[in-house]
Design a protein around this ligand. Sequence first.
Ligand SMILES: *[C@@H]1O[C@H](CO)[C@@H](O)[C@H](O)[C@H]1NC(C)=O
Ligand SMILES: *[C@@H]1O[C@H](CO)[C@@H](O)[C@H](O)[C@H]1NC(C)=O
Ligand SMILES: *[C@@H]1O[C@H](CO)[C@@H](O)[C@H](O)[C@H]1NC(C)=O
Ligand SMILES: *[C@@H]1O[C@H](CO)[C@@H](O)[C@H](O)[C@H]1NC(C)=O
Ligand SMILES: *[C@@H]1O[C@H](CO)[C@@H](O)[C@H](O)[C@H]1NC(C)=O
Ligand SMILES: *[C@@H]1O[C@H](CO)[C@@H](O)[C@H](O)[C@H]1NC(C)=O
Ligand SMILES: *[C@@H]1O[C@H](CO)[C@@H](O)[C@H](O)[C@H]1NC(C)=O
Length: 326
Amino acid sequence: MATPSLLVLTFVIQLLTQSQLVTSSTIQLPVSTPREPITLSVTDFGATGDGIHYDTTAIQSAVDSCTCTPCYVSFPPGTYLTATIFLRSGVFLDIQQGATLLGGTRLHDYPREAWRWYVVAAENASDVGITGGGVVDGQGLKFVQRFDERKNVMVSWNQTGACLGDECRPRLVGFLGCTNVRVWNVTLREPAYWCLHIVRCRNISIHDVSIYGDFNTPNNDGIDIEDSNNTIITRCRIDTGDDAICPKTYTGPLYNLTARDSWIRTKSSAIKLGSASWFDFKHLVFDNITIVESHRGLGLQIRDGGKLILLAFLTFFRAFAGIIDE
Ligand SMILES: *[C@@H]1O[C@H](CO)[C@@H](O)[C@H](O)[C@H]1NC(C)=O
Ligand SMILES: *[C@@H]1O[C@H](CO)[C@@H](O)[C@H](O)[C@H]1NC(C)=O
Ligand SMILES: *[C@@H]1O[C@H](CO)[C@@H](O)[C@H](O)[C@H]1NC(C)=O
Ligand SMILES: *[C@@H]1O[C@H](CO)[C@@H](O)[C@H](O)[C@H]1NC(C)=O
Ligand SMILES: *[C@@H]1O[C@H](CO)[C@@H](O)[C@H](O)[C@H]1NC(C)=O
Ligand SMILES: *[C@@H]1O[C@H](CO)[C@@H](O)[C@H](O)[C@H]1NC(C)=O
Ligand SMILES: *[C@@H]1O[C@H](CO)[C@@H](O)[C@H](O)[C@H]1NC(C)=O
C-alpha cells in the first residue's frame, strides 16, 4: 500500500509590505493580566452540572455576584445546561478542563430579540472573556432537521417572527460593543449558527482557541469580526462547515486585524472578507495560516462600497490542496 501523499502548495503573497503593516502585525493589546483575581464557583450558587437540569439561574447569579475586576466564574468538571448567560464587565468564564457549558435548544432559552441569541453574550462590557481549558457547546446537531452530506437542513425559528429566512437560530458566543475582550484556551463546538461573533468591539485577543463545527452544517462560521478594531487571533484551530475567519463591516470600519499561526479546515472559505462590506477594512495581516482540505482559501467579497486598504499575507500560507491516494 502506498502511503497517501500530500499535495503541498506553498505560496507567498506579499502585498504592500510597508512599515505600517509591521506595526499593525505587532499591535500590543492591553489585555489585563489579572492581579489577585476573585474566583466564584458556580456550584456554590447551586449549579448541578448534571447536563439535565438547567443551571442558568445559578450561573447568572455567580456572574452577577462579581463585584471586583477581574472575577473568574469557575465551572468545575461537569456539564452545565444553560439558557443565555450575560457576562458583565470584569467577568471571565473559567470553564475548567472536563467542564462543558451546554447551550439549550429551546426557543425560550434565548432572549426575545434574535440579535441577542447566544449561549454566552456580553453587551457593552469591558475586560470580559472566556478561558479555562473546557468547552462551550451549542448542540448544533440538535438543530439539524435533515442530515445531508451536501448541506444539512436546519431548524429555523423564523415562524416566531424573530427573524426571517432559514438562518434563524442561535449563535454560540457573542461580544457586542465590548472593550478588552479575551478568549483563550477554550474549545467552542457545534454552534447551531455562527460560532464566535465579535461586533463593534475594541482590543480583542483570541488565542489558543479550538473551534469545531459540523462539516455539513450551513452557516456555522468560525470567527466573525464585525466593525471592530485591534483584533489579534493566534494559535487557533478552526475546523468547520462554513467560513472560518470572516471580517465584515456593517455599521463602521474594521481596523487592525492580525491572524497568525492558525490552522483551518472548512467546507467554505478559510479567510473571507465580506460579504458585508459597507465600510473600510484597514490593516489586515494574515501570517502563517495553514489551510487544509478547504473549498476556498481566500474569499474577498468587497461589494457594498467599503474599501480594502493594505491587506497583507506575510510569510506564507500553506494550503494542503488535497490528499492523493495511489
Ligand atoms: C491601528 O493600529 C495602529 C498601529 O498600532 C494604531 O496607531 C492605530 O491607532 C490603530 N487604529 C485604531 C482604529 O485603533
Ligand atoms: C486598546 O489598546 C490600545 C493599545 O494598547 C490602548 O492604547 C487603548 O487604551 C486600549 N483601548 C481601550 C479602550 O482600552
Ligand atoms: C450598548 O451601547 C449602545 C451604544 O451606546 C446602545 O445603543 C445599546 O443600547 C447598548 N446595549 C446594551 C445592551 O446596553
Ligand atoms: C489550558 O488550560 C488547562 C487547564 O487549566 C491548562 O492545563 C493548560 O496549560 C492551558 N493551556 C494553555 C495553552 O494555556
Ligand atoms: C423559514 O425557514 C425555512 C427553512 O427552515 C424556509 O424554508 C422558509 O422559507 C423560512 N420562512 C420564512 C418566512 O423566512
Ligand atoms: C474603529 O476605528 C475607527 C477609526 O478610528 C473608528 O471610526 C471606529 O468607530 C472604531 N470602531 C470602534 C468599534 O471603536
Ligand atoms: C505556524 O503555525 C503553526 C500552528 O498552526 C505553528 O505550529 C508554527 O510554529 C508556526 N510557524 C512559525 C514559523 O511561527
